[in-house]
Design a protein around this ligand. Structure first.
Ligand code: IMP
Ligand code: MG
Length: 199
């Protein structure tokens, strides 16, 4: 066959291509794995099935909290065997590794959530301050349901208790990065959740 192929001869195999490029050594050696990529993948399949099963025959509207949720949301959306729509909002609440306790809305949703089964998708619930503020604002917009799905939860840091309908993993009080979570903008692209060594 002529033209551009997928490296059938001499090049990388399909599995290698699907696994993606090896990450540069600049970042990977310093981040110890807490939750591996396969563990995350298994959990997301489970969460996706549960979300669809809990709302039989109904479309699901996912609302991702940027930036941290973008990778989780992309995988979660594909794991929900139902009609799914997606929107995003952006809030900032953090500088470095400590919460400022202040939540600022930077970008609002592009569509109304009124009458829709809405699932708020977060990377992590730490003190609960961000989710609590978000839930107050979004409840006032009268969604049919407002559910919370978070990849991670640090219960030892709770200041405000919020309902978490779908949770990936409970983690200890460590600052984690990867799979969307950052430290000062870095490490979001790691395919696993880990702890930056020395932090
Ligand atoms: P909360 O308002 O204290 O619950 O904090 C929520 C936000 O803080 C999350 O959406 C994250 O963006 C950020 N955050 C909290 N803990 C961590 C962490 O361990 N790593 C990276 N970001 C974190
Ligand atoms: Mg976040």
């Amino acid at each position: 066959m002529a033209g551009v192929g997928l490296g059938a001869e001499g090049g990388a195999g399909l599995e290698e291509i699907a696994a993606g490029p090896a990450l540069p050594n600049m970042t990977t050696p310093h981040v110890a794995t807490l939750i591996s990529a396969p563990e995350i993948a298994v959990k997301i399949r489970e969460l996706g099935s549960r979300i669809a099963m809990d709302q039989p025959g109904r479309p699901i509207h996912l609302v991702g909290v940027l930036k941290g949720s973008f990778i989780f949301m992309a995988d979660l959306a594909r794991a929900i065997p139902a009609e799914v729509s997606c929107d995003f909002l952006r809030v900032t609440s953090y500088k470095g590794t400590n919460s400022t306790g202040e939540v600022r809305f930077e970008t609002d949703l592009t569509e109304p959530i009124e009458g829709r089964i809405t699932v708020l998708v977060e990377d992590i619930i730490d003190t609960g301050t961000t989710m609590d503020a978000l839930l107050r604002v979004l409840r006032a917009r009268n969604p049919a349901k407002l559910l919370v799905c978070s990849l991670l939860h640090k219960p030892s840091r709770t200041k405000v208790t919020v309902p978490i309908d779908y949770l990936g993993f409970t983690i200890p009080d460590r600052f984690v990065v990867g799979y969307g979570l950052d430290f000062e903008g870095r490490f979001r692209n790691l395919p696993y959740v880990g702890v930056v060594e020395g932090m």
